[in-house]
Design a protein around this ligand. Structure first.
Ligand code: SAM
Length: 238
């Protein structure tokens, strides 16, 4: 999977690309990540990429030209335009099934906005999809881009040593993940549930499934309702 990130802060990617599972995926060639600095596509010697908004008002807007030229440079370099995503609070809130859907694209380009935003013509002409990290406003799209990349890359076959681990995480089956414990069996008077020490794998699986359902019902009743509806639909009319 090829990932191109168009940003005003290319240095932010350095630590991210070395971290954990995602870092390993980049280092082993499972995924490739390249950053494109919007300032490299500025058309003046001072590398201005923003200007005041027409009609007045607060904030600065990233100009269309450096962004069009950045996308053109990515396309020329990769020999294809890729699936172009703009990170914006106005996009669809990002969910696990989006990560699952997006890994079918072999090449994704992520545009990170800054300041008051980007010239609308970039959205009109170049963007295939808008994604939001949630209903809050960040100062820039980089954190959102990294979140989307992390969620996708860890799903690539071979990214995680034990793929069962990602399948049992929160969301893939529509439930929150079960509680986990590690040694010691008792810590400051708080004991690990007996069933987990029993060695009975069928009982442990049953307990974990109950816990997943219970936690989802308590913490995320919206998800639980959706999960139950899905179960009813897959069982068909009684
Ligand atoms: C200060 S914000 C601009 C917000 C813009 N004026 C609006 O209200 O839609 C600067 C940039 O941060 C990014 N950003 C902010 N919040 C985001 C979110 N919730 N999800 C994804 N990107 C976000 C976008 O790329 C945006 O262009």
């Amino acid at each position: 999977m090829i990932l191109d990130v168009i940003t005003t802060f290319p240095d932010t990617v350095k630590a991210f690309r070395e971290m954990g599972i995602v870092g390993r995926a980049f280092n082993t060639g499972l995924a490739e990540l390249k950053c494109w600095d919007i300032r490299d596509f500025a058309d003046d010697t001072y590398k201005h990429i923003d200007d005041v908004p027409y009609g007045g008002g607060p904030g600065m807007i990233i100009k269309p030209d450096p962004l069009f030229r950045a996308f053109e440079a990515v396309e020329a370099f990769r020999k294809n335009a890729g699936h172009r995503i703009f990170l914006t609070p106005q996009g669809q809130p990002f969910q696990q099934n989006d990560a699952e859907r997006l890994i079918d694209h072999s090449h994704i380009v992520l545009l990170c906005g800054r300041y008051k935003g980007i010239d609308e013509r970039v959205r009109d002409e170049l963007i295939d999809e808008e994604i939001s990290l949630g209903d809050f406003v960040l100062s820039g799209g980089e954190i959102a881009a990294f979140a989307v990349i992390d969620a996708m890359v860890r799903l690539l076959p071979g990214a995680v040593n034990d793929e069962g681990s990602t399948k049992s995480d929160t969301f893939p089956v529509g439930l929150l993940d079960a509680p986990y414990y590690t040694r010691p069996a008792e810590y400051r008077g708080n004991k690990v549930p007996d069933v987990l020490l029993s060695g009975h794998h069928a009982e442990i699986d049953k307990w974990r499934e109950q816990q997943r359902q219970e936690r989802t019902k308590n913490k995320r009743p919206d998800l639980f309702e959706r999960y139950m509806r899905g179960l009813e639909e897959s069982n068909g009319p009684s």
